[in-house]
Design a protein around this ligand. Structure first.
Ligand SMILES: N[C@@H](CCC(=O)N[C@@H](CS)C(=O)NCC(=O)O)C(=O)O
Length: 213
């Protein structure tokens, strides 16, 4: 049985829950309380030397880095596929996912915001402006990437892919933490609406997590 170590409000954990739900996989779950610093406790550092969630225990290995775990899930459980056929389409889908995973999320992570607050004395308004700056750049670029790809309702056509697995949690974070008006990004708003109506995305939502508060 797969075991997921996660935190309810973690966007990278949210990605994993979506992928697991899309694949229809059963798993057990253990929360790592990021607010209490449990990610730096020795037992979690032994799972992930970076002290991050998510971690997926496959029974044979402890997997870290959410995009790598999603690709492992896709390789070990190919249906439904999370990447399209063909190397060019696959690269395009990964590119959308990486805008989130490499260029937006790391700059808005809580540890980065905490550092800005504690080391540089930034207040809530400055922190929000920082986060929204990088979210805005990334979302504007994703809108253009989506315009060059197939029609929706998802990032790449008629079914969710790795790109949606990364994009939807980032939209949730932007709207719930910073009140971003997602209507400014019409394709992203459409993807958000598709996710809101999809059972796997509903099941994976942070508000459905056992620790949601
Ligand atoms: N690139 C990593 C990032 C993981 C990450 O930043 N996780 C956050 C939660 S979204 C975390 O565990 N933060 C704990 C901390 O910063 O102390 C991934 O995709 O798995």
């Amino acid at each position: 049985m797969l075991k997921l170590y996660d935190y309810w409000r973690s966007g990278t954990s949210h990605r994993l829950r979506i992928a697991l739900a899309l694949k229809g996989l059963d798993y057990t779950q253990e929360s790592v309380d990021l607010l209490a610093g449990a990610q730096r406790a020795p037992e979690h550092m032994a799972r992930n030397p970076q002290g991050f969630v998510p971690v997926l225990d496959t029974g044979e290995a402890l997997l870290t880095q959410s995009p790598a775990i999603v690709e492992w899930l896709d390789e070990t459980h190919p249906e439904p596929p999370l990447l399209p056929r063909g190397p060019t389409a696959r690269a395009k889908v990964r590119a959308i996912a990486w805008v989130v995973a490499c260029d937006i999320h790391p700059l808005g992570n809580q540890r980065v915001l905490k550092y800005l607050r504690e080391e540089y004395g930034k207040d809530d308004a400055a922190i929000a402006a920082w986060a929204l700056r990088w979210i805005g750049d990334g979302f504007a670029a994703i809108e253009r990437l989506l315009a060059d790809g197939p029609d929706g309702p998802w990032c790449w056509g008629a079914a969710p892919t790795l790109a949606d697995v990364c994009v939807v949690p980032q939209i949730y974070a932007a709207v719930s933490r910073y009140s971003l008006d997602i209507a400014r990004y019409p394709r992203l708003a459409g993807i958000d609406a598709a996710a809101a109506a999809h059972p796997a995305f509903q099941a994976a939502h942070p508000t459905r997590h056992p620790d949601a508060r």
